[in-house]
Unconditional design. Structure first.
Length: 276
């Protein structure tokens, strides 16, 4: 075919290539593949950069309940956590937040009691010392508030410390949950539940499994008395670990060994906030 300007070359239009939208299933598969690749790469360099870090260089994160006067719920405080509200649970190191309704799932691995020596607020306040020997209570007398007071004027607070793994999806973190004052009752109940679990072996023997054989859901519940209102721990048995969670069992067992091997504590491990 020609026109006044010369020959005209006819071209065929290429058929449009149909593009299918990426489905949600494909997106999940791609993200999962990327995560697996990253995990494999991380494993090759496991521990790198932390070769010179010792136990003295670490702070064990604590899970704490946020109360009405906690700085984490005050927008004008430097410790404020966005979205935090009284009754929520927070990790003191990562600042992860667990709402009072959903809570979090933990695996208890070890338990120890400590006796914290506090200086009265009128004398400057603050944590002075921490004791492992319960005989320290024999050196105290009760004041009008029911506190155990030493001859030097400092008072002793009993702290029940539960060492746990807190589960976040496919990952986990070592934490400590200190319980003192009104929370000691919750601690005793939790210990009683763990000690009451019995399993029958294939040979017919009945035994108490390790504490880290089961998971527990932690949330909070509102309480009050004539002295005020506060939130307490609510602890529910969440069931035994499954075959797919053997890695959690192994990690919990290792953490338990390290806690039970350690006979002394750094101040960073204690509940360094004065009781409310």
């Amino acid at each position: 075919m020609t026109d006044n300007n010369g020959p005209v070359v006819e071209t065929k239009e290429e058929p449009a290539v149909e593009t299918k939208p990426v489905t949600e299933k494909q997106e999940i598969t791609e993200k999962k593949s990327t995560a697996i690749a990253a995990a494999s790469m991380f494993e090759e360099d496991a521990g790198s950069g932390l070769e010179n870090v010792t136990a003295e260089d670490l702070t064990i994160p604590r899970l704490k309940i946020l109360q009405a006067l906690s700085p984490e719920v005050n927008k004008n405080d430097g410790k404020y956590i966005e979205g935090a509200a009284s009754g929520d649970i927070t990790n003191t190191v990562t600042k992860d937040l667990y709402t009072d309704e959903t809570g979090c799932v933990v695996i208890p691995v070890a338990y120890k009691r400590m006796f914290l020596e506090w200086q009265p607020r009128e004398s400057g306040g603050g944590l002075i010392n921490q004791h492992l020997d319960p005989n320290i209570l024999g050196q105290t007398t009760k004041d009008k508030l029911g506190q155990d007071v030493l001859a030097n004027g400092n008072y002793i607070q009993t702290s029940a410390n539960h060492y746990c793994l807190v589960i976040n999806g496919d990952s986990f973190q070592q934490v400590m949950i200190p319980m003192a004052g009104t929370q000691l009752k919750r601690s005793r109940t939790w210990n009683s539940v763990m000690a009451s679990i019995k399993i029958k072996s294939t040979s017919g023997n009945v035994f108490t499994p390790p504490s880290y054989s089961h998971k527990y859901k932690l949330s909070t519940v509102a309480e009050s008395n004539d002295k005020g209102n506060w939130f307490s721990w609510n602890i529910e048995l969440d069931g035994p670990l499954t075959d797919a969670e053997v890695y959690l069992y192994d990690a919990a067992k290792e953490f338990a060994s390290s806690v039970n091997f350690e006979n002394s504590y750094n101040t960073s491990e204690a509940n360094t906030e004065a009781p409310f």
